[in-house]
Structure formats: C-alpha cells, structure tokens
Design a protein around this ligand. Structure first.
Ligand code: FEO
Length: 398
C-alpha cells in the first residue's frame, strides 16, 4: 500500500481492505472497504486524523511511520469513535502518550470508555476554530451522521473536509483518489448501499449537514471509508441531499395509515369502522390489509404512507400469544427518527389470550411513537364492543 500525498504536507495513511465481506455484522461489503486516516505536517508538529480499527493497528502505524515519526505527532483529531475508527488509538497512544486528542465532548466521553485510561484531550465545539502551525481547523457539527459524536474538521488552507462516515462508502480503492478510480459504477452502487444502511435513518440531519458543508469552499472530502473525493464536490453533496429529501418524515395530522390483518373478519370490521370515522372527519386514510400473500408487494407503499402520516394504526389478531409476525417485520424497518412526533396505536380481536395489542403497543413505544392506548376485543364485536371501539376512535381523534 502506498501512502498518498493528497496535497502538500497532507497524506493518506489509511488501510485498504479488499477482503472484508460484512461490516458491523449485517452490512454487506461487496466491494471491501478502507479505514481511512490522514496525516498533516505542520510547523507545530504532526497531526493525525482518525484512528483505525484495532485489527489494522500495525498497518496503520506503519503507514504513519512511512511519513513521520510517531514521537513527532502532537495531535490526533477524532471525528467519530465507532471502533472501526478508534480501535487503534490505544496502540498509537501507547507509543506516544503525549498526543493530545481533539474531539467533540461526546467523542471524548466515548474514548474514555474505549481506552479506559487517562489521555491528553482538547474538546472541539461546533463552529469552533483552532490554529495548529500554519493551518486553521474549523469544526463543523456532523451530528447523527451517523452518531451523536460526529464533528467534521475543515482545514481552511487546504480546503479539505474530514468527514469520517459521512460521504463515505465501503469501497476498497487502491487508487485512493476517486478521480482515478476506474470502477465508478461500482463506487456509486457502494455509496448508495452505504448511505441506505448507515446514514439513511437520519435524513433531516443529512440535510442540515449538507447545508453546512455547502457553504464551504471544498477541494477535497476525506471520508472515513472509501476513496477520497477530489472531484466534483458539489455533486457528492447533492447526491446526499437527493437521497435524504425523499425520506424526510412528514407528520401530516390529516393523514392516517391503517395496516391490519384479519383471519376471520373481526379485526377487519374494526379497521373498516375506523376508516369510515376518519374519512367522515375529513382525513385521508391509507388502508392496507396484509397477509403472507401480498405483504412483500405492499410493504414499500406502507412505509411511504407511514412516512407522511401523523397517525399510524396497526390491527392484528393474536396468534400464539403475539401479533402476526408480519407486523414485526414491518416495525423492524422503521427507525426512531421517522417515528418521532407521530401518534400510533394497535387494535385487534383475539380468541383466548389477546397479547397482540399490548405487544405491538410496546414495540411502537420503543420506536418512539406517541402511543395511544389500544383496543382489543374477544371475537365478534357486540354492543359493548362497538361502544368501546367508538371510545377508541375518540382517543385517536382527540
Ligand atoms: Fe465507520 Fe460509524 O463507523
């Protein structure tokens, strides 16, 4: 592996891993990945950006040594502390305990728990600046791209943005520079997959970050994974914006989504009653009856309707002491940033135990929906059941 001089005094010292097949247990890495770190030589000593993964520590340290002496490192800037970027910090600090770690307060708190020993530190604050030698660092919040600890660094004199996971891709490139990478199609495929799985749950924060970095004159984005973006910076930022915008949650109070399953028609009766009431009240109702036969087909549309709804209702009978499994699959695809501010409730019939409504309500609460007490009734609605269902509607409409 070559360590590339990206600009005068500024080097790539990361580790490229072509062999990796899966990242964080569940994210496939068909194109491998890289754990990117950078090194800047200044008049006041060497600054390293980002740690590396613990298992790549030796390679990381060798790459640093090929450019500078470890004892000449004065600062380590840590953008984000997930262990693929912080695991090797322990090895670096063992070799040079004098290094001062510059990071957000949240990142320093995480590092305390990762390193479990004292270290020199300097907290960075959003919009704060720091001069090291002839260089000016400006710190920019990258909150929730994709952790709360993320703080980008903009090196003013180099017009470089160090962004860690944001604008990255699990894509191993020996070329290091995106402009020189021949497989652009593969890169953009990897970028989209990475965005969807890592950055995508936080679209409103992505838009905020895009706004912040769009205001900068950037020549190079140095992410934590994948090639360094050295060309058409605006396009990369706009790709992120275009991925985030369609998934922004909209909690329209006049839009209700009802998703239900019904084995014998009892839960369907409840769903139809609620639909009718909401429509009489002038609400737009997105109405889905699901079963094993149509679920895969309607699932994307359900997510789209939930995204824009102010109220989400799930209706499930109880089957072997729980809700129908399809509802858990549906809920697994929802994340708390989408649910925040939306109301939700569960309803359904049951035979002999009736746990579905309680269990679905608990899961909805875990996802941070504002959960309204649900409604369940044994078998067919009678006069008492209709009265209780009407009361349930009143709770939902309140
Ligand atoms: Fe590449 Fe959030 O770690």
């Amino acid at each position: 592996m070559k360590c590339v001089e990206l600009q005068k005094d500024f080097y790539y010292v990361g580790v490229v891993d072509h062999a990796l097949k899966v990242f964080d247990v569940a994210v496939l890495t068909d194109y491998g990945t890289s754990y990117n770190s950078y090194l800047l030589k200044t008049d006041e000593g060497v600054v390293v950006f980002e740690g590396n993964k613990a298992v790549t520590a030796e390679e990381y340290l060798d790459h640093i040594r090929s450019i500078a002496r470890i004892e000449d490192i004065h600062y380590l800037v840590v953008t984000h502390t997930e262990p693929d970027h912080s695991g090797a910090i322990e090895s670096l600090l063992e070799l040079n305990p004098q290094i001062t770690v510059i990071a957000s307060a949240a990142a320093l708190m995480n590092l305390d728990k990762i390193l479990r020993k004292p270290f020199n530190r300097k907290p960075m604050t959003p919009n704060g600046t720091m001069n090291i030698g002839q260089y000016t660092f400006r710190f920019i919040s990258g909150m929730l791209l994709h952790w709360p600890d993320v703080m980008f660094t903009y090196i003013e004199e180099l017009k470089v943005l160090v962004s860690c996971d944001a604008f990255g891709a699990h894509f191993a490139s020996d070329e290091i520079l995106l402009s020189k990478e021949p497989d652009k199609e593969g890169y953009y495929k990897a970028l989209k997959y990475y965005y969807d799985h890592i950055i995508g749950p936080f679209p409103s924060y992505v838009i905020q970050a895009c706004d912040r970095v769009s205001a900068l004159d950037i020549k190079m984005i140095c992410p934590g994974h994948g090639p360094v973006i050295d060309d058409d910076i605006k396009k990369q930022i706009e790709i992120y914006r275009s991925l985030a915008e369609p998934s922004l949650p909209k909690n329209d109070p006049n839009h209700v989504t009802i998703v239900f399953a019904s084995a014998y028609g009892y839960t369907r009766k409840m769903a139809e009653y609620l639909k009718e009431c909401f429509e009489k009240d002038g609400k737009q109702v997105s109405f889905f009856e699901i079963s094993a036969l149509n679920y895969a087909e309607v699932k994307p549309q359900i997510y789209e309707e939930i995204r824009t709804s102010g109220l989400v209702l799930l209706g499930s009978p109880t089957l072997v002491g729980d809700a129908i499994v399809l509802f858990y699959d549906l809920l697994n695809g929802l994340v708390w940033p989408l649910a925040q501010g939306k109301k939700a409730a569960a309803f359904g019939d049951y035979g002999w135990s009736g746990e579905a409504v309680k269990n679905l309500s608990e899961r909805l609460a875990q996802l941070k929906f504002n959960v309204i007490p649900g409604f369940r009734y044994a078998f067919k609605l009678d006069e008492q059941g209709e009265k209780e269902l009407a009361e349930f509607y009143d709770r939902l409409a309140a």
